[in-house]
Design a protein around this ligand. Structure first.
Ligand SMILES: Cc1ncc(COP(=O)(O)O)c(C=O)c1O
Length: 517
């Protein structure tokens, strides 16, 4: 299909016919993990509702060129954004007649941006604090660390219990100091899907006069529906007096295409320091509620269409299907030889670990992938063992019966294969090397040795190579394009302390992100 080298470039000498270009994109996409079908337990959120993708794509296309930079020029976008914020606020205990009638918010590009802005608003509300700090549980999403890094805010991390996977509210209270500008908690956490003691944490924050952000990016859209279905969901939203802001991602359990999250504040005064305005230049006066300035209307229109089409009744049905899928998967884990749930599922996550050293979870992840189930390995952390994470969406429900037998077979194959034994020199490297001692040569050799990159003399990977499904992989892990088996890579990372893990991943991904000429 690809005629010559020049034609393979993103910018060919002569423009190509639309059909051919689309065929190329489809060919590239065929190497990806399956976004639909209920067998990918991370990255994607699939309601398996016929026609929804087409509707969202049409809405997206119709607004893709609209610019959110200026809400007065494109009132359609403002109207849809305000409607999305209203829907999210109502779902999460705000709006007319509620305990939080004055909730306001913004649509952002994703959970990370919502959290960065929550931290920015908290920081900028206190210009008198020279060295601001935030208090977060160890289980809080990594985006808080990113926000703190970008915004030069220090982080006080509160440990979580190895049995409940939650922080103790008393520990959170003790961590709050005079320079604390924000306390955060999760509803639920991504890694284990458990809801933090929001009411107690928010009370501690309020007592100290500090903002409290509830990160409901992951499950905030589902918890209210699970509660309506009878699940015992603890208070976590604006009904809790001390909660000052909440984030909820529409591109997760609201099942909208990627690029939409909502950041809500209890009132406009709390939101004000989130904005950035600038008039001290000769161009247009700029006022941005979010990080991006130019913003496509596509994601917002697609999310609007998704909510309107699914409706409250649709989300309730999808939550019921998800709840049943979670129960079925958890049963399969309980029945497996040598696995235990990290926590009894209370939202839409199933997370399990091994009960004995003979069962190597990283090998199990590969064995599951070989059987078409794409799970997410989580490395050991502090006193928490490595684990396997399943984000469960409604599309998983029809697949559940197939999972149990495949899990049992994968467990048996994992036991037969035995645990990964890292070569002694690799183990020594992982445990003794300091991040600063990593040289480019060492990284390149390591990456090639682990099969993460092609050897230097075979690096002509372009569209053609990536398009070949034979090159695709079922591996699950942290860096792509992964080879078939990631257990060795995950074992190496697991043996390394977090600072070395970070540095190795940065280097590995840097090797992958090379221009194709
Ligand atoms: C609890 C939580 N917060 C924040 C995020 C970050 O969201 P995003 O990947 O959309 O930036 C995630 C993503 O999984 C999450 O689960």
């Amino acid at each position: 299909m690809i005629d010559d080298e020049a034609d393979r470039r993103a910018l060919p000498g002569n423009g190509l016919p639309a059909e051919r270009v689309l065929a190329e994109v489809r060919a590239l996409r065929s190497a990806d993990r399956p976004t639909h079908g209920g067998r990918l337990f991370a990255y994607v959120y699939d309601p398996a509702v016929p026609g929804l993708d087409e509707l969202a794509a049409a809405a997206y296309a119709g607004s893709a060129h609209v610019n959110g930079l200026d809400p007065t020029a494109f009132p359609s976008l403002l109207a849809m954004e305000n409607a999305l914020v209203g829907a999210a606020a109502r779902l999460l205990g705000g709006g007319p007649g509620s305990a939080a009638p004055d909730v306001v918010g913004s649509v952002t590009s994703g959970g990370t941006e919502s959290l960065i802005l929550a931290v920015k608003a908290a920081r900028d509300a206190h210009p008198e604090i020279a060295a601001p700090r935030i208090v977060v549980p160890a289980s809080a999403h990594a985006a808080f660390a990113k926000a703190a890094h970008y915004l030069r805010v220090a982080v006080d991390t509160v440990p979580v219990s190895a049995s409940t996977l939650r922080p103790a509210a008393a520990d959170v209270a003790a961590a709050i100091g005079p320079d604390t500008v924000l306390v955060a908690c999760s509803a639920p956490s991504y890694a284990h899907g458990v809801v933090d003691p929001v009411a107690e944490i928010a009370e501690a924050a309020a007592t100290a006069g500090v903002r409290c952000h509830v990160d409901a990016c992951f499950g905030g859209w589902t918890l209210p529906y699970l509660r309506r279905l009878g699940v015992d969901v603890p208070p976590f939203d604006f009904a809790v007096a001390g909660v000052t802001s909440i984030s909820v991602d529409l591109h997760k359990y609201a099942y909208a295409p990627k690029g939409v999250s909502v950041l809500l504040h209890r009132d406009a005064a709390l939101r004000a320091p989130q904005y950035f305005a600038y008039a001290d230049w000769p161009g247009y006066t700029m006022v941005n509620p979010v990080i991006a300035s130019t913003r496509s209307g596509g994601p917002i229109a697609a999310a609007y269409a998704t909510l309107r089409h699914l409706g409250d009744d649709g989300y309730l049905r999808l939550a019921a299907a998800t709840r049943d899928a979670v129960a079925g998967l958890a049963d399969a884990v309980r029945a497996a030889d040598g696995l235990r749930l990290m926590a009894e599922p209370e939202s839409t996550v199933v997370c399990f670990t091994a009960t004995d050293l003979g069962l190597d979870l990283f090998v199990l992840v590969d064995e599951l992938a070989a059987r078409g189930w794409h799970t997410q390995p989580q490395l050991s952390y502090a006193d928490l063992p490595p684990s396997v994470h399943l984000t469960v969406t409604a599309a998983v429900a029809p697949r559940v019966a197939e999972f149990g037998p495949d899990l049992a077979a994968a467990v048996a194959a994992t036991r037969a294969a035995g645990p990964v034994a890292l070569p002694a020199e690799l183990l020594a490297l992982a445990t003794t090397l300091t991040p600063d001692a990593l040289t480019p040569d060492l990284v390149a050799g390591l990456a090639a040795g682990l099969g993460l990159t092609a050897p230097a003399d075979a690096d002509s990977a372009g569209a053609e190579q990536a398009a070949d499904p034979a090159d695709s992989s079922d591996g699950a892990g942290t860096a792509g394009p992964p080879p078939g088996r990631m257990a060795v890579v995950n074992t190496l990372l697991d043996a390394a302390p977090p600072a070395l893990r970070e540095r190795l991943l940065v280097e590995f991904v840097g090797l992958l992100q090379r221009p194709t000429w």
